[in-house]
Design a protein around this ligand. Structure first.
Ligand SMILES: C[S@@+](CC[C@H](N)C(=O)[O-])C[C@H]1O[C@@H](n2cnc3c(N)ncnc32)[C@H](O)[C@@H]1O
Length: 226
């Protein structure tokens, strides 16, 4: 039988090796011009985000902190605690300069496969924009399992992920808009295996490619045996 610790450390190595491309990338400056898209009344990002209880909120893969900063400046009165995680220390340092420190804010480097050191059952909501679309599917699976651990019963997570399922073995950088192999149905399967439930799921175009991306709003059931 496969050793779960070995699988976990192998997936963590994949996450670390794939994240290297983001260190010092020009992406961060370019992306600032598009932040409005995630927070526009017109788009499903915001439609779903509004459904989250953001009292104890975590942002996964925060990059240079454009979304965390937006949340604090627009909805800070509803947030008791915001945790911002990124696999790269350089991004944590950037965010600390940009936003922190503040008393209700933790900005941390994480393993790339889970939310440690966040405590079990301590978050009302998680969101991740424009990052999981690039994650290896085993990394996504690992985060979904850990989502089950860190959410309070009834807590929800909003994940922007890839819906590109044409080439399972192709490295993400070789795919359109660097989307990793994933599909709405595979994501839903991982959600169910983690003991979570998909509340809403919607594919949408990115660039000029129809249905390249997907938004999944998922929930930890109010009572769970897992
Ligand atoms: C395209 S950037 C998006 C940053 C931010 N979400 C935004 O919208 O501006 C991708 C981010 O994912 C982070 N990242 C990559 N792999 C990761 C992983 N396995 N776990 C956590 N963060 C990761 C990178 O360091 C980078 O900050």
């Amino acid at each position: 039988m496969a050793n779960p610790d070995l699988i976990h450390s192998t997936v963590a190595q994949v996450a670390k090796s794939e994240a290297v491309v983001w260190d010092g990338s020009k992406y961060y400056d370019d992306a600032e011009a598009w932040t409005w898209l995630f927070w526009s009344e017109e788009h499903d990002f915001f439609k779903y985000f509004r459904q989250l209880d953001i009292k104890n909120l975590l942002e996964l893969a925060c990059g240079h902190g454009r979304h965390g900063e937006y949340v604090l400046s627009h909805y800070g009165d509803r947030v008791d605690r915001l945790v911002m995680l990124d696999i790269l220390q350089s991004n944590v340092d950037f965010c600390l300069q940009r936003i922190g420190p503040r008393k209700n804010l933790e900005i941390r480097c994480n393993s790339g496969v889970g939310f440690q050191p966040v405590a079990d059952g301590s978050l009302t909501a998680i969101f991740c924009y424009d990052a999981m679309v690039h994650f290896h599917h085993e990394v996504v699976k690992s985060y979904l399992n850990d989502t089950q651990r860190v959410l309070v019963p009834g807590g929800m997570a909003l994940f922007h992920h890839s819906n590109y399922s044409l080439k399972p073995d192709s490295p993400f950088g070789a795919n359109p808009h660097a989307r990793a192999y994933m599909s709405a149905s595979l994501f839903e399967q991982y959600v169910k295996e983690a003991g979570l439930v998909v509340m809403e799921q919607k594919s949408f175009s990115w660039g000029d490619i129809p249905d390249l991306d997907c938004l999944s709003l998922i929930k930890k059931p109010a009572s769970t045996s897992k």
